[in-house]
Structure formats: structure tokens, C-alpha cells
Design a protein around this ligand. Structure first.
Ligand code: 2M8
Length: 430
């Protein structure tokens, strides 16, 4: 195991800033040099969340820069490409072919999928901290710019992604969850009839060995070839899943939009009502056996795997206390935190598909720890929030700003100098 010498808070903070400086390209921050050289949706938003207290102006610019990729439909894409490095990541702009699509922004190549809609939550945080540390007018002006874009994003989810008709948004590709290779997506991926090898010659499987990468690409191409069509998603697309993390984040963002609406001169009520609807739908459609599970709309059933995504609905301050208590029980049990030296594993440890070393199949992540810490604090679980914060700092002190970490020994996995690990550490140290 690779451990580094003890590092004090001041040195950790300096390192975090230098990672963020190195990964900055204009007003955008890319997730990690080399590996992910473009602007990713939730990565960029975690950077904004992490910097909201430390550098709210940069955090606001980060959000605005991500939203230059927003489509006319309101969809905020999961990747905004930096054209200079266009094909250095697969699948790049030549695969997504956003250029020429009538709804895509002109001159900004993007993917055609989205990621968890965390932007309103980040905008709210940036607004609050800009008001605290800088000019109040600057804070309100930022909200006036962001609000219409965020409202359009939420309208898109309501109008185009409620594929199950029950009030939740469906993801139409594992990449949209942000938890690409989560064991929760194994069965829906295995069920894809006709998926074939879509990997281009020379593209190795080093990044995620033995995974479903071919199916990911096949699925993305099907959606692209429909012209990113909403009717196709409803009628023919073979992957549609209601994910508790995606919807828990959406719900939290609805609360944020309700608070921001008056600043932008908009009516807050529709967002409060949307939050109520999403909460009711989460409880009705995804709650099972004391936890939230994802629902496979194509198979018409819940996916019986408990992952860190199942705690997403705790981001809702209105989640009933008895459900929160049950969720915290699962989180603290040997299924998650109780048996992990370095929580929180991305999949429950006892699951047959748990794998301590593979991305979203077991390792612990700074971003999900940060979200769960926030959720715990929202529900007055201060001791849990403190433990989650301390465990996350222990990971980065020991192994650096890695992409993810072994939940048993804390060793680093995946990319190095990872932006959200650095930015959220700055927030935890503040
Ligand atoms: C991973 O996802 C990308 C595809 O979007 C990939 O595997 O190439 C995920 O960890 C995702 O959550 C993250 O946003 C992205 C960039 O860090 O990498």
C-alpha cells in the first residue's frame, strides 16, 4: 500500500489549490489531467460547491462556463468538450455529433447525455457565500443570470425524462448517473439485446477492465442515431432507470431553486411543489426494505442492489424522520460504514458484485462522502457528519487527491490530482 508522510492542514490546503490551478483551463476546471481533459458536468459542479466558501467568484464562473454547453431543450450535457483536445477522450465530439444538432449550442461541442442536476444546489451555495464575502449585488446578478438556465434544465427533466410517468427523472445511460460501472446497472446492461462491440480500433479497456464499455458506447450511439429524440426515449430506448441519487439531487436542487427564485424575480412555488412531488414519488416507487433502490423501467422492477446512490434522497431536508433513521441505520451498519476502515464504499460490502478496487463497484469517493456529510448535517446528525468529514480528510491525507480509494486500507485508485477531491477537501478544511 502506498502511504505518504503525514501532512498538516496547511500543506494539504496548498496542495489542493495547486491541483485546482493545474486543472483549470480558462473558466473551467477539468476533472484530471490526461485522463479526463474536458469539462464534466457534476465534476465541475462539485468544484463550484467546494469553492463556494473559498472563492465564490471562481465557483460562479465555473457554473456559467458549464452552462455554455446547455442545449435548447434545457439539457445540461455531461461533457463540454475543449475543442483543442477534442478526440483525446473517447467518445469525443466526432462520436456525439452535437455540432449540427438543432438543439445543441453552436460552437460548443458537447455530449448528448446529462448527469445529476446539482447545479441549482451549487448556485444556491455560491449565492449565499458571495453575499457573505463579496458584493451583494454581484451575488444577486449571478442568480439572475443562472436562474433561467436552471429553470430550463428542471423543465427538461420534467418534460422529457419522466419516462415512467410517476414523477421521477429516468437516466437513459449509466454515464448519466455519474456512477458508471455501479453493480446496480449490471442487469439492465446485460439485458440489452443486440449490443455489439462499438469500441474503436486501438481503444483498450485499461480504464475499466472487463466492464460494459462496449455496451455503454452502443447505447450512446443508439440515442445519437435517433437524433437525441424524446419520443425515441419513451418508445424504443432500451435503458431507462430511476436512480435514487439522481432524483435525490434533483429534489435538493428544487429546494435551492425555490430559494433563488425570488432573487431572480420568479415564482418559487413551482419548485416547492416539484420537491414535494419528487419526494412522494421516491417513497412510492423506490423505497423497499428500509432503503432506496433504483427502478429498472424496462424490466419493470426494482434493482436489488444497495449502493451509495441509495442515500441520495437524504439530501432532501423534508425526508420523513423515520425513513432517515432507517437509512442512517443501513449507512452505519456493516453493509457500508461499519465494516469499512475508510467509508463510504460505493456498493454495499456484502453484495456479491462488490469489488473494493473497481471504481463505482466498491471504492470510497470524496464526492459521495461530501454529499452524505451534507445530508447528515441537514438532518441534525452532527456526529455522523463529523465522522464522514474526518474519514474523507483521512483518505486524502493518506493517499492524496486520488479519484477514489480502497474502502478497507484507504489506498488511492484511478486518476491522481483529481479536481473534486481537491475542491471538496478545501471545503472540509474551511
Ligand atoms: C467517470 O465517467 C466517465 C464517463 O462520463 C468515464 O468513465 O470515462 C465517472 O466517475 C463520472 O462520475 C465522472 O463524472 C467522470 C469524470 O470524472 O468519470
Amino acid at each position: 500500500m502506498e502511504a505518504r508522510p503525514a501532512i498538516d492542514d496547511a500543506a494539504l490546503e496548498r496542495e489542493a489549490w495547486s491541483v485546482l490551478e493545474a486543472n483549470r483551463t480558462g473558466t473551467a476546471t477539468v476533472p484530471a489531467p490526461g485522463l479526463y481533459p474536458h469539462q464534466w458536468n457534476w465534476d465541475s459542479t462539485f468544484v463550484a460547491l467546494g469553492l463556494a466558501r473559498r472563492d465564490p467568484r471562481r465557483a460562479g464562473e465555473e457554473l456559467l462556463s458549464l452552462l455554455t454547453g446547455q442545449w435548447g431543450t434545457g439539457m445540461v450535457p455531461h461533457i463540454v468538450f475543449r475543442p483543442a483536445l477534442a478526440e483525446s477522450y473517447f467518445p469525443g465530439p466526432s462520436v456525439w455529433r452535437s455540432a449540427g444538432h438543432p438543439a445543441a449550442p453552436s460552437g460548443v461541442p458537447t455530449s448528448g447525455l446529462t448527469q445529476p442536476p446539482m447545479q441549482a444546489l451549487a448556485a444556491w451555495r455560491v449565492w449565499r457565500h458571495t453575499r457573505d464575502t463579496a458584493d451583494r449585488e454581484e451575488a444577486d446578478a449571478l442568480v439572475r443570470r443562472l436562474h433561467p438556465m436552471l429553470a430550463a434544465q428542471h423543465d427538461y427533466l420534467t418534460a422529457c425524462r419522466d419516462l415512467g410517468g410517476g414523477g421521477l427523472a429516468a437516466i437513459v445511460h449509466p454515464w448519466e448517473s455519474g456512477m458508471d460501472d455501479s453493480p446496480a446497472w449490471d442487469d439492465p446492461l446485460e439485458a440489452l439485446a443486440g449490443a455489439r462491440d462499438a469500441r474503436p480500433p486501438g481503444e483498450s479497456s485499461d480504464r475499466h477492465p472487463g466492464d460494459h464499455h462496449d455496451r455503454y458506447v452502443w447505447l450512446a450511439l443508439r440515442y445519437r442515431d435517433s437524433g437525441y429524440d424524446g419520443a425515441y426515449l419513451r418508445q424504443d430506448h432500451p435503458f431507462a432507470v430511476e436512480d435514487p441519487m439522481f432524483n435525490g439531487i434533483w429534489l435538493a436542487s428544487c429546494h435551492a431553486l425555490a430559494e433563488l427564485a425570488p432573487v431572480a424575480g420568479a415564482d418559487p412555488r413551482p419548485y416547492g411543489e416539484a420537491a414535494e412531488r419528487i419526494r412522494a414519488a421516491l417513497l412510492e416507487r423506490l423505497w423497499s426494505g428500509g432503503a432506496f433502490q433504483a427502478r429498472d423501467l424496462c424490466a419493470g422492477r426494482l434493482i436489488p442492489v444497495c449502493t451509495v446512490g441509495g442515500f441520495g434522497p437524504m439530501l432532501d431536508p423534508g425526508m420523513p424522520a423515520d425513513r432517515v433513521a432507517e437509512l442512517v441505520g443501513v449507512l452505519e451498519s456493516a453493509r457500508f460504514m461499519g465494516a469499512a476502515g475508510y467509508p463510504v464504499p460505493s456498493c454495499e460490502i456484502r453484495a456479491s458484485r462488490f469489488d473494493r478496487s473497481r471504481y463505482w463497484r466498491g471504492p470510497s469517493w470524496v464526492n459521495t462522502n461530501w454529499l452524505l456529510r451534507r445530508a447528515a448535517a441537514l438532518h441534525g446528525r452532527d456526529d455522523l457528519a463529523r465522522r464522514l468529514g474526518a474519514a474523507t480528510l483521512r483518505l486524502v491525507r493518506q493517499s492524496g487527491f486520488r479519484e477514489c480509494f480502497d474502502p478497507f486500507d484507504g489506498s488511492g485508485r484511478g486518476g491522481r490530482d483529481f479536481s473534486w477531491s481537491a475542491a471538496l477537501t478545501l471545503d472540509l478544511l474551511a
